[in-house]
Design a protein around this ligand. Structure first.
Ligand SMILES: [Zn+2]
Length: 247
């Protein structure tokens, strides 16, 4: 793979990652052929706020599913490691992710903007108290199928963005600011089909950034991109983002 000079010389790279970077860690793309949504057509209700808040049965099924996914024992892969390396080179402007799996932090990235939240934390829908999901899953295992908030008795949910919920405006603002202030915008493992991912590409391009897309499937922004890479993410990212040769 030929790495263009403008990429080797980039100093403020903004990276956006999606489900594709985590499939190599064994996490199925929820919308893919083996995904939860595809296997259980009712599953979308488990993360739709209105259903979740009014139906204890939905919440019971949701916690059981969270426990099933949490015990998978997944580890970060070479794609995540390449982004840690990019940060250590001092060339990372910001790391934005649509993923809720926490694998960037697990790999060692120090500042990650999680656009859709994180599955590792639980939040109270009434008082906004936060707690580790491990504590809540332990209560499920101990016989509480629908654990309530230890502070106010409210309904608990994972600190992820459910259907019917807005994204965190502070995270969204930081992501937009980074997209407007980078020399390269690198989209990895995302179909760029949903908000806000698509908008961030447009912001970056409008501010003069080069656009790189690494994704197995075509995206609506391939025509706008300066470089499109179809190789597997775990092999492509170390090549694309390796430390530039000394001059
Ligand atoms: Zn509460």
């Amino acid at each position: 793979m030929d790495v263009p000079d403008w990429l080797s010389e980039a100093r403020r790279i903004c990276v956006l990652t999606g489900a594709g970077i985590s499939t190599e860690s064994g996490i199925p793309d929820y919308r893919g052929p083996d995904g939860v949504w595809t296997r259980d057509p009712d599953a979308e209700k488990l993360v739709t706020l209105s259903y979740y808040l009014r139906d204890p049965e939905i919440r019971r099924r949701s916690w059981l599913l969270r426990r099933e996914l949490a015990t998978a024992g997944v580890q970060p892969n070479a794609g995540h490691a390449a982004l840690v390396d990019l940060e250590q080179q001092g060339r990372l402007r910001a790391l934005l992710t649509q993923n809720i799996d926490g694998l960037h932090s697990a790999a060692g990235s120090t500042e990650v903007y999680e656009l859709h939240g994180t599955v590792h934390q639980v939040v109270c829908t009434a008082c906004e108290e936060r707690m580790p999901i491990a504590d809540v899953l332990a209560r499920v295992d101990a016989g509480e199928p629908d654990p309530d908030c230890p502070v106010c008795g409210g309904v608990l949910k994972t600190a992820t963005v459910y259907f019917g919920e807005a994204l965190d405006p502070a995270v969204l603002d930081a992501a937009a600011a980074a997209a407007a202030d980078c020399d390269v915008f690198l989209a990895v493992g995302t179909s760029l089909g949903v908000y806000p991912a698509a908008g961030l590409v447009e912001v970056a391009a409008a501010h003069g950034a080069r656009v790189v897309i690494v994704n197995a499937e075509p995206t609506p922004y391939d025509g706008l991109a300066d470089l499109v890479v179809r190789e597997p993410i775990g092999t492509a990212l170390p090549l694309l983002l390796g430390a530039p040769p000394a001059r």
